[in-house]
Design a protein around this ligand. Structure first.
Ligand SMILES: NC(=O)CC[C@H](N)C(=O)O
Length: 374
């Protein structure tokens, strides 16, 4: 068994067993509190460049299967677990987590005190970390905390994970243009389940290129990194918002907020897990949601915009949902597509289609009125 270390920016060193790729890796160390869902988490492009710690102590116990991937090529920089299960037991399992990590070149470490690590991150915020290259038992690793200070975290993750070329997933329903900032397949699944004709386009598509596709609605997906690193998308949204209904999820939500003049901020340790309670301020209902974000829309910044606050996180009061006062645009910070996590909020995809239908009948009525006046 090879060994490796996880070294944090503050100098803390955790020594454990090496799994997956044996190469060195650096990234922002974050934690996810989901008890299950490691396969979806590993393959969620929003984790591009991050080293994810699972707080649940046993990971890998139901293996890895064919259906639960959120993307084909994971871009996560590492996985940290307490105990790695090597003998999965589940009727859907097709391979062990370790063999999957090896195949996809993802480094992992086990047998470290993940509770201690999580407490450090909760107190001091997410920080840079290094998963050292694996070394044989008895050897001393070549670690250098000082080197970590010079490691620059990525700021071009969306470019790395977005589709290079547009593609179509045909359907007989509404024409949706899905702007891919690092799309989880769950979003596509929810739209195709509702028979949508989906055109997936790269993150840098301009308003003109998108409108040429004559969309009934535009979906802004989740994605990695700081929303302010994608200014071209903010400019695009500013232009399309007047004419076409928009639904934004996670990074898409943050980009919609920025395009409408609100601000975003980095959170101390973010929200990553499958049981985050969110309150819908219109219906007063509370939902359990799946979350994965390190940035949030700044609550106070909504005051100077045409955006209204529609949902809040019950754990910390942060912004979880917004809607435009005039245009048919709304968004949520969490994941209504679940994958992994509760499906309590999948009705938002139906709300999006209803919004499109209402917008189209309003437009028709307006055109009719105008032609009568003429
Ligand atoms: N899942 C996401 O889309 C995450 C959005 C953004 N990268 C954040 O961390 O806040």
């Amino acid at each position: 068994m090879f060994k490796r270390q996880l070294i944090l920016e503050d100098g803390t060193i955790f020594a454990g067993d090496a799994h997956g790729s044996l190469q060195e890796s650096t990234g922002e160390v974050v934690f996810n509190t989901g008890m299950t869902g490691y396969q979806e988490i590993l393959s969620d492009p929003s984790y591009c460049g991050q080293i994810v710690t699972m707080t649940y102590p046993l990971i890998g116990n139901y293996g890895v299967n064919r259906e639960d991937f959120e993307t084909i090529n994971p871009s996560i920089h590492g996985l940290v677990v307490r105990e790695m299960c090597h003998v999965p037991s589940n009727f859907r399992s097709e391979e062990s987590l370790d063999s999957f990590l090896k195949a996809k070149q993802i480094p992992a470490i086990s047998n470290i005190d993940t509770r201690k690590l999580t407490k450090i991150i909760r107190k001091h915020g997410t920080m840079k970390g290094i998963l050292t290259a694996a070394y044989a038992e008895g050897e001393t690793p070549n670690h250098d905390v000082a080197r970590l200070a010079d490691v620059e975290l990525m700021n071009d993750q969306v470019r790395r994970v977005s589709t290079i070329k547009p593609y179509v997933v045909p359907g007989r329903g509404k024409r949706i243009v899905l702007v891919d900032f690092g799309m989880k397949h769950g979003i596509l699944r929810e739209l195709t389940k509702r028979h949508c004709h989906v055109t997936v386009v790269p993150y840098h598509y301009t308003a003109e290129e998108i409108l040429r596709l004559k969309p009934d609605g535009i979906m802004l997906t989740n994605g990695p990194g700081d929303p302010k690193d994608v200014p071209e998308a903010i400019a695009m949204i500013e232009q399309i918002i007047k004419g076409v209904p928009i639904f934004g999820i996670c990074l898409g939500h943050q980009l919609l907020a920025l395009a409408c003049g609100a601000d975003t901020e980095k959170m101390v340790f973010g929200h990553r897990g499958s049981n985050h309670p969110v309150k819908d301020l219109t219906t007063e209902k509370t939902y359990l949601t799946s979350q994965n974000h390190g940035y949030a829309v700044t609550l106070a910044s909504l005051a100077n915009t045409n955006l209204k606050l529609t949902q809040i996180a019950l754990n910390d009061g942060s912004v979880e949902g917004i809607a435009h006062e005039t245009y048919p645009a709304f968004s949520v910070q969490y994941h209504p597509e679940s994958s992994p996590g509760p499906e309590d909020t999948s009705h938002l995809f139906d709300a999006f289609l209803t919004q499109i239908a209402n917008h189209q009948s309003d437009t028709k009525e307006r055109e009719l009125c105008q032609s009568v006046q003429i």
